[in-house]
Design a protein around this ligand. Structure first.
Ligand code: MD3
Ligand code: FE
Length: 215
């Protein structure tokens, strides 16, 4: 299938953020009901859970994962782990629907041959947020991160290489996909508090899928 059609029927568009980072507006919209059905099956096998942080707090977003590893956090620290500590089982396999979507998005953003080994699943209820952080637990920073937003909207904070660099606010809607790579891969980022809203497919929740090459 062609990545870019020239007949005017493509229903997504690109918004560059900075070198290496681009929003693919509405890239996932056509697939969202299938993605959410797939997600239901995944979180039946590896339930969403609010992780403990090393500092003794609890994350407000609930997390799960599929693929070869999941990201886990507890009093001992955080890391990628092949076994889900909640179920004591391997994480569910990454469904083709998800890996294909991520690869298509990466290719559209200029990263061909993307093959993520992990998809993290974040679920935000009203009031949940994710503070400014870097994603640097992965072993391969040459691969981009692809993120898919579903459900109620959120404001994403995209900072610079230093925590003190002033972040720009990027509104993300259901179906938006962002590809972060190259010089932007280690930038600080976060999610502002999700406001009360209702989405016909997810209720009050926002889901975010982030695809990574961790090993
Ligand atoms: C920019 N999740 O899980 S994804 C995370 O919406 C995380 O749930 C957010 O940050 C969410 O770690 C944002 C977008 C994202 C992910 C990784 C990045 C943006 C990034 C790495 C570098 C720069
Ligand atoms: Fe992150």
């Amino acid at each position: 299938m062609d990545l870019f059609s020239t007949d005017g029927t493509e229903s997504w568009w690109q918004e560059p953020i900075c070198p290496g980072a681009v929003v693919l507006r509405q890239f996932a919209t056509a697939a969202t009901t299938d993605i959410l059905t797939t997600l239901d099956g995944l979180i039946a096998d590896a339930p969403l859970r609010q992780m403990q942080t090393p500092g003794g707090g609890k994350m407000s977003a609930a997390l799960s994962a599929c693929g070869d590893y999941g990201w886990v956090s507890d009093r001992r620290g955080y890391r990628y782990a092949a076994i889900d500590p909640l179920t004591q089982q391997a994480w569910p396999e990454m469904p083709d629907l998800l890996s294909t979507l991520a690869a298509r998005a990466a290719a559209a953003a200029g990263y061909p041959h993307y093959s993520p080994d992990v998809c993290l699943i974040n679920c935000y209820e009203t009031g949940a947020k994710m503070g400014l952080h870097q994603d640097k637990d992965e072993l391969d920073f040459s691969a981009p991160i692809v993120s898919v937003s579903l459900g109620v909207p959120a404001n994403f904070q995209f900072g610079g290489a230093k925590r003190t660099d002033k972040p720009v606010k990027i509104p993300l809607q259901h179906g938006d996909v962002v590809v972060w790579g190259g010089p932007a891969r280690l930038n600080f980022h976060g999610v502002l508090t999700v406001r009360k809203a209702l989405h016909p497919l997810t209720g009050s929740r926002r889901f975010n899928l982030t695809f990574r090459k961790t090993h």
